[in-house]
Design a protein around this ligand. Structure first.
Ligand code: PLP
Length: 439
């Protein structure tokens, strides 16, 4: 029978929305949530730091569109900017007044960016940074840190979970279909370990295009001097430094990790918070590297192809301009940092109260509970802990109306959160941990 004639067995509309989602999405979702069937939901709407599912159940949102909605859901200032732009056209795949103003603001605020280009996601942004580094240097290898996520591109997911814990600098391809691309071209080092990273750089400098780093490695802060030391190692060995600021950008400070940690890379990737929840990615850097994308170079040496149908579209750019205006407002970053510290302190208190062998990590408006004891400097230190308890806690929180990603384990805070919401979260955390202790 031809495919067109197939009458697929789609779950009828009378069934629950979550049952229907399992009949059309692998694992019932569009991403890596990995929720058990009985917990999966379908979201109807969000407002501020809350969302509601199609059954009318309310959740406190500590995922925030994986951190893309830093201002809070459906903020009227962002919505108004989108509504103003919508009747004027949604995409021209060319420079608009909005994308021009946004590019000007990025070049103004980001110490690394002489020039920028837009794309539609963080995955694209880090991919272009890697490609630019290879073209500029004429070298093929990229060094990343074990456990870092730079998006769904081949390098971005390498050694993300460290199931095999290989010796440095061997990469561990994540999943099938990418080993032949990753194994010869990716080197992996432990975060916060300058000695091992320096040794790998010294041994591979002739073939190494760049080091790519999440300045806040997932939720693990860089130790004092680590990022500056990395900058120096890259300079000493003639290797480019890429900051993946998809999470840290506009979140740790207005100028992201570059401002907050005081280190300037050669290339930088942005996404998430920049778009205020609308699809966006951006990459930028030194003029001599960024000029390699100029289309006048096509078919010449050192030309880098970039293209993104929706990149920098006027609606996402309008949302981004409105988001940045909010973020430039008074007391934004002191408040985000205060709330992050409030949440982390509260989580630590609850863990101590219940004698749970776990600790809280994070910085700025980000927090994570790691079920591990001892000092935590790198992903391997966290992986040595008890990940099953971590997942059980996240699922118990989800069941108590906290929307989060049980795989990601990172909690995001928005400007719409406040101390009372954090207290509500802490009560649910206490309940969840008590239940797990009794299980
Ligand atoms: C640090 C980092 N880089 C890149 C990405 C990929 O961004 P996107 O999902 O927009 O492709 C993510 C997404 O979680 C991320 O956390």
């Amino acid at each position: 029978m031809s495919r067109l004639a197939t009458d697929r067995d789609v779950t009828p509309l009378e069934a629950s929305a979550s049952a229907r989602s399992w009949s059309v999405f692998p694992a019932g979702s569009n991403g890596e949530f990995n929720l058990p069937r009985e917990l999966s939901i379908v979201i109807a709407r969000g407002e501020g730091c809350r969302l509601w599912d199609t059954e009318g159940r309310e959740f406190l949102d500590f995922s925030l569109g994986w951190g893309s909605v830093l201002v809070g859901h459906a903020d009227p200032r962002i919505t108004a900017a989108v509504v103003r732009q919508a009747p004027l056209g949604s995409n021209f795949a060319y420079v608009t007044e909005n994308s021009l103003r946004l590019a000007e603001e990025l070049v103004r605020l980001s110490p690394a960016c002489d020039r920028v280009r837009f794309c539609a996601s963080g995955t694209e942004a880090t991919m272009y940074c890697q490609r630019l580094a290879r073209a500029a240097s004429g070298r093929m290898k990229i060094l990343k840190f074990e456990g870092a996520y730079h998006g769904a591109n081949e390098i971005g997911v390498t050694s993300l979970f460290g199931a095999k814990l290989k010796d440095w600098p061997q990469p561990e391809p994540l999943g099938d279909g990418i080993a032949a691309i990753v194994e010869p071209h990716v080197l992996v080092a432990p975060f916060n370990d300058l000695a091992t990273t320096g040794r790998i750089l010294a041994e591979n400098a002739q073939e190494l295009a760049a080091v790519i780093v999440e300045p806040l490695h997932r939720c693990l802060p860089p130790q004092p001097g680590f990022l500056a030391g990395l900058r120096k190692l890259c300079d000493d060995h003639g290797v480019l430094l890429i900051f993946d600021e998809v999470v840290t950008g506009f979140r740790m400070a207005y100028a992201g990790a570059q401002e907050y940690y005081g280190v300037v890379p050669d290339l930088v990737a942005y996404g998430k918070a920049l778009g205020g929840g609308y699809s966006i990615g951006a990459f930028g850097g030194r003029i001599d590297i960024m000029e390699l994308v100029a289309e006048s170079r096509l078919n010449r040496d050192k030309y880098v192809w970039t293209a993104s149908t929706l990149g920098g579209n006027p609606i996402s750019s309008a949302a981004a301009l409105a988001t940045l205006e909010v973020l430039r407002g008074p007391n934004v970053y002191p408040r985000l940092h205060m709330l992050g510290a409030y949440l982390r302190d509260g989580m630590t208190r609850v863990l101590r109260e219940l004698s749970v062998p776990a600790q809280v990590i994070g910085d700025g408006p980000l927090a994570q509970i790691a079920f591990a004891t001892g000092p935590l400097a790198s992903s391997r230190d966290i992986w040595r802990g008890d990940s099953a308890s971590g997942r059980a806690m996240m699922l118990a929180l989800f069941a108590r109306g906290v929307f989060l990603n049980p795989l990601g384990t990172k909690l995001y805070i928005s400007l719409a959160h406040d101390e009372a919401i954090c207290d509500e979260f802490l009560n649910r955390l206490r309940d969840a941990l008590v239940e797990l202790k009794q299980a």
